[in-house]
Design a protein around this ligand. Structure first.
Ligand SMILES: Cc1cc2nc3c(=O)[nH]c(=O)nc-3n(C[C@H](O)[C@H](O)[C@H](O)COP(=O)(O)O)c2cc1C
Length: 163
């Protein structure tokens, strides 16, 4: 059924028909603390130069930290990392407490056990309505092709049927 463009709930539902992976984007804030959140707005942009993007809600606690950080890391979650996704989408305070991670380029936290990770330089932060579009230049990346991904579709976590 066709919906008016102003019906935000319906628009969100329709957008949710686009199946995505899930990532946790991380950085180090100006005080040296790790910051991060769960996103599914990650996308490849360009191969040469190697560019990727993701979108951050302008209401995020972490907007200034990501604007100021020289680098951030994009951790693509595996099927068994749903708890990590929930933690970085909901915990109000220290999301990193008790978690293992390694500092990547610019110190941005890289988690073990992910399907892939991209360590990127903060190339630009573009206005995108109520979100900011972060474009990153990939400086390092890694992949674990044997790991099945965590997916998101219709507002729910999913896994690949043929993984
Ligand atoms: C599957 C999933 C995907 C999400 N994708 C995004 C996204 O692309 N951009 C965004 O800003 N928030 C996204 N969120 C919401 C944030 O993870 C959530 O609002 C988080 O609490 C924001 O934290 P912050 O305000 O500390 O940055 C997503 C949440 C989930 C569960």
């Amino acid at each position: 059924m066709t919906q008016p463009q102003t019906d935000t709930r319906a628009l969100r539902n329709a957008l949710g028909r686009f199946a995505t992976g899930i990532a946790i984007v991380t950085a180090i804030d100006p005080d040296g603390h790790p910051v991060g959140l769960t996103v599914n707005s990650f996308s490849a942009v360009s191969l040469q130069p190697a560019l990727v993007l993701w979108c951050l809600d302008n209401g995020s606690h972490n907007l200034e930290a990501f604007r100021k950080a020289s680098h951030h890391a994009i951790n693509i979650l595996a099927a068994d990392q749903q708890d990590l996704s929930n933690r970085f989408a909901t915990w109000p305070t220290d999301r990193f407490a008790g978690l293992p991670w390694q500092p990547g380029v610019g110190g941005a936290p890289v988690f073990p056990g992910c399907c892939a990770s991209f360590q990127v330089a903060n190339e630009s932060a573009l206005a995108g309505g109520d979100h900011t579009i972060f474009v990153g230049r990939v400086e390092q990346f890694a992949e674990a092709p044997a790991l099945a991904p965590l997916l998101f579709h219709g507002g729910q976590y999913r896994t690949l049927a043929d993984a």
